[in-house]
Design a protein around this ligand. Structure first.
Ligand SMILES: Cc1cc2nc3c(=O)[nH]c(=O)nc-3n(C[C@H](O)[C@H](O)[C@H](O)COP(=O)(O)OP(=O)(O)OC[C@H]3O[C@@H](n4cnc5c(N)ncnc54)[C@H](O)[C@@H]3O)c2cc1C
Length: 393
């Protein structure tokens, strides 16, 4: 029998490999990855500066340890260049391999903004532990020197987490976003306002309602000029403006793609025996809820369990039960369950204050609750709000 091949050694690739091995101890399993194949929890990346963690401390298992644990062949530093879903082969920098079943777990790519200036190419983004290693190295200053000033583009989930983390690690931080509040696309205004105050109290300078127009070298530092005409000096610019599912292999193989690689409720792509999950995938929601990328851990865990079962002969639908995202901003602990994309613009947020707690519920046009946010968050309030959700989710 030909092997099961998984492309990608991020949380999606390794989770589906683990789930598969729980059900099938012996079939050949190959994980092919362009990186070193070390296993790490990506959410740690935006929480590690304040804890003074080195990149190597975030990697919990090497590729060799993973190969042993999974009874699998891991091919690190190997790029998949092509998939032939009719011949059931993948072509890689290490040769061509036949597969019985194929799983795409190729993640997403950081979106790069077009910005003027001779330092625009120096903007970093952190979407991998290797990116974190470079970032941490660049912001480390010699003993006795002031900590580097970091400018962050984008006050979404990742940008706010990095801002809070860097401030906690002693860095001066400027956070820039075209919206008038942080987390504007995901959270209710009452929660965004609370987060804004908490970040400001932490010392983060927010430049809202504007964008970085240009970034230039100026001596040993960088000069950021905003679209509103203001300018300031910084040591490093980190982009956190979003990720785009990596569709390159899937499109070349003519798999159906929308914003992500479209998968059905079983995790299968438009090609027989080819599955996808994680940041590259566009999940089909139950009850005709449409489809959307879900670039978070909870959906990839459910998808990994279902795909592993389906691949071992027990067709299993992905259970996309509501799982709030816990925003790792310790100065304003927040949990969010944003409304599904197809209703996100048609309904409205309703805020309620309960002592120090702010609870926000999102209702669609029919008055059905289909999203929420709460701060400060805890397990009990998350559970209560999940129980309140309507059947739309
Ligand atoms: C800073 C940060 C913080 C986050 N915090 C949270 C959080 O708190 N909660 C939460 O739910 N989510 C969080 N997320 C999102 C979550 O971490 C991701 O959804 C998840 O890790 C994606 O995993 P993945 O395996 O799909 O992608 P990736 O981790 O990007 O893995 C992709 C893999 O594919 C490989 N690959 C790609 N193309 C090829 C090719 N052609 N050939 C070979 N290999 C290839 C890469 O080498 C890599 O191994 C965070 C994300 C970031 C960036």
């Amino acid at each position: 029998m030909k092997p099961i091949i998984i492309i990608g050694a991020g949380m999606a690739g390794y989770t589906v490999a683990r789930e598969f091995r729980k059900l099938d101890k012996t079939s050949a399993l190959i994980v092919i990855t362009g990186d070193s194949g070390g296993s790490y929890a990506k959410p740690m990346l935006s929480n590690a500066i304040a804890q003074r963690k080195q990149a190597a401390q975030l990697v919990n298992q090497s590729a060799t340890q993973m190969a042993e644990q999974l009874n699998a062949t891991i091919l690190p530093r190997t790029r998949v260049d092509n998939i032939d879903s009719a011949a059931k082969t993948v072509t890689t920098s290490a040769g061509t391999f036949d597969y019985e079943k194929l799983v795409l777990a190729v993640g997403a790519q950081a979106i790069r903004l077009t910005i003027a200036g001779d330092a625009a190419q120096d903007v970093l983004s952190v979407n991998h532990v290797d990116d974190y290693a470079i970032f941490r190295d660049k912001i480390s200053s010699p003993e006795g020197q002031p900590a580097a000033h970091v400018t962050i583009l984008g006050a979404g989930l990742i940008g706010c987490e990095f801002a809070d983390d860097l401030a906690g690690g002693g860095h001066a931080v400027t956070l820039i976003d075209p919206s008038l509040l942080p987390l504007a696309a995901l959270a209710a205004p009452a929660l965004s306002t609370g987060l804004k105050s908490a970040l400001e109290n932490r010392g983060v300078k927010l430049e809202l309602g504007t964008t970085a127009a240009s970034i230039d070298h100026d001596g040993a530092r960088l000069k950021v000029t905003l679209a509103n005409g203001a300018s300031f000096h910084t040591d490093l610019v980190l982009s956190a403006v979003g990720l785009r599912p990596d569709l390159r292999l899937a499109q070349a193989a003519q798999l159906t793609c929308a914003r992500g690689i479209v998968i059905d409720t079983f995790g299968q792509t438009s090609a027989t025996d080819v599955f996808a999950l994680g940041d590259c995938a566009e999940y089909t929601l139950p009850d005709n809820g449409g489809s959307q990328p879900m670039p978070y851990i909870a959906p990839l865990m459910s998808a990994a369990r279902a795909i592993a079962r389906t691949m071992t002969g027990e067709p299993t639908a992905i259970d996309l039960k509501p799982a709030p995202v816990i925003v790792k901003t310790p100065s304003f602990p927040l949990a969010l369950l944003p409304p599904p994309i197809n209703v996100a613009k048609t309904g409205s947020w309703h805020a309620q204050e309960d002592g120090a707690k702010i609870i926000c519920r999102y209702y669609d046009e029919q008055g059905l609750m289909c999203g929420f946010g709460v701060a400060p968050q805890d397990a009990a309030s998350r559970q209560l709000l999940i129980a309140e959700l309507g059947s739309l989710r």
